[in-house]
Ligand binder design. Structure first.
Ligand code: ADP
Ligand code: MG
Length: 250
C-alpha cells in the first residue's frame, strides 16, 4: 500500500464564467520513506497539489487515498483531524508567531492537540533538539537567522510525529549554504523514516531528492526516481568533505 495515492485527480476553480483547471487528471503514488521534489513553472499546479496532499483542500474529481483511506470527500473537521495526526507542514516564509519563543512556536500544535504543559514542553524540547536548536529555545524569531527560523518551523512540523512532511519552497528565502543545511536536515529526517514531499524551483535543491516530479499545466509531465545527492551539513573548518562514512542510505 502506498502512503499517498492520487487517482485521476482534478482541481477546478470557478472564476466567474470560466473554469480554471489547476490540476487535470493527476495520477501518482508516493511510497513511505520516499523523498520527492515537485518542480514546474509558476502556475503549473504545484501548490494546489501540495494542498490536496496535505488535506488542506479536496479534489474536484478523482480519488485521494492517504494510508489506504479515501479522504477525497471527507468533511473539513475530519480532514483537520487527519492533518494533525499525520502531516507536518513547512512553508517558504516560516510562518512563525513573532512575539513568541522558539519553544512556544513548536508547542503550538500540541496545544491544539490538547496536550498538557509538562508533556508539551518535553516534546517541543525534543523536537528542537532534533533540529539542533536546544540552546535557542527561548529566543524570538527576530533573534534567529533565516536558517534557524526554518529549523524552528521544521521542529514545529515534527512535534506531532507525522508520517509525512510537506514543504512548499522551504529554501525559497534562504541563501545557498543555509539551503544546503536545511536539506541536510530534511534528508536526515527522511532517513529516520519520514516521507518528504517538497516543492522547489531550484534544480540544485531538487538534486537532494530521490524522485523528481515535474508539473506542467496541471499535469505530471515527468516523474523520475534516481540517487539523491547527499546534503553535507556544515563541515568543521579544516576538515575534508569525506563521504566515506555515509555511503548510500537504503
Ligand atoms: P504553482 O504553485 O505551481 O505556482 P498553483 O497550484 O498555485 O501553481 O496554481 C495553479 C493554477 O491554479 C494557477 O493558474 C493559479 O492561478 C490557479 N489557482 C490556484 N489557487 C487558486 C484559487 N484559490 N482560486 C482560483 N485559481 C487558483
Ligand atoms: Mg506555488
Amino acid at each position: 500500500m502506498s502512503l499517498l495515492h492520487l487517482e485521476d485527480v482534478w482541481k477546478t476553480y470557478i472564476m466567474g464564467e470560466t473554469e480554471l483547471h489547476a490540476l487535470r487528471g493527476v495520477t501518482l503514488s508516493v511510497e513511505a520513506g520516499e523523498f520527492t521534489a515537485v518542480m514546474g513553472a509558476s502556475g503549473s499546479g504545484k501548490s494546489t497539489l501540495m494542498n490536496l496532499l496535505g488535506c488542506l483542500d479536496r479534489p474536484t474529481r478523482g480519488r485521494y487515498l492517504l494510508q489506504g483511506e479515501d479522504v477525497s470527500s471527507l468533511p473539513p473537521d475530519a480532514l483537520a483531524a487527519i492533518r494533525n495526526r499525520t502531516i507536518g507542514f513547512v512553508f517558504q516564509n516560516f510562518n512563525l508567531l513573532p512575539r513568541t519563543t522558539a519553544l512556544e512556536n513548536v508547542e503550538l500544535p500540541l496545544l491544539y492537540a490538547g496536550l498538557h504543559g509538562a508533556e508539551r514542553h518535553a516534546r517541543a524540547r525534543e523536537a528542537l533538539g532534533r533540529v539542533g536548536l536546544t540552546d535557542w529555545a527561548h529566543h524570538h524569531p527576530n533573534q534567529l537567522s533565516g536558517g534557524q527560523q526554518q529549523r524552528v518551523a521544521i521542529a514545529r512540523a515534527l512535534v506531532n510525529r507525522p508520517h509525512l512532511l510537506l514543504a512548499d519552497e522551504p529554501t525559497g528565502n534562504l541563501d545557498s549554504r543555509t539551503s544546503a543545511e536545511v536539506m541536510a536536515l530534511l534528508q536526515e529526517l527522511g532517513r529516520g523514516g519520514i516521507t518528504v514531499v517538497l516543492v522547489t524551483h531550484e534544480a540544485d535543491i531538487a538534486e537532494y531528492s530521490s524522485r523528481v516530479i515535474v508539473m506542467r499545466d496541471g499535469q505530471v509531465r515527468s516523474d523520475v526516481r534516481r540517487t539523491a545527492r547527499r546534503a553535507e551539513p556544515e563541515a568543521p573548518a579544516g576538515e575534508q568533505h569525506a563521504d566515506a562514512a555515509g555511503g548510500s542510505a537504503p
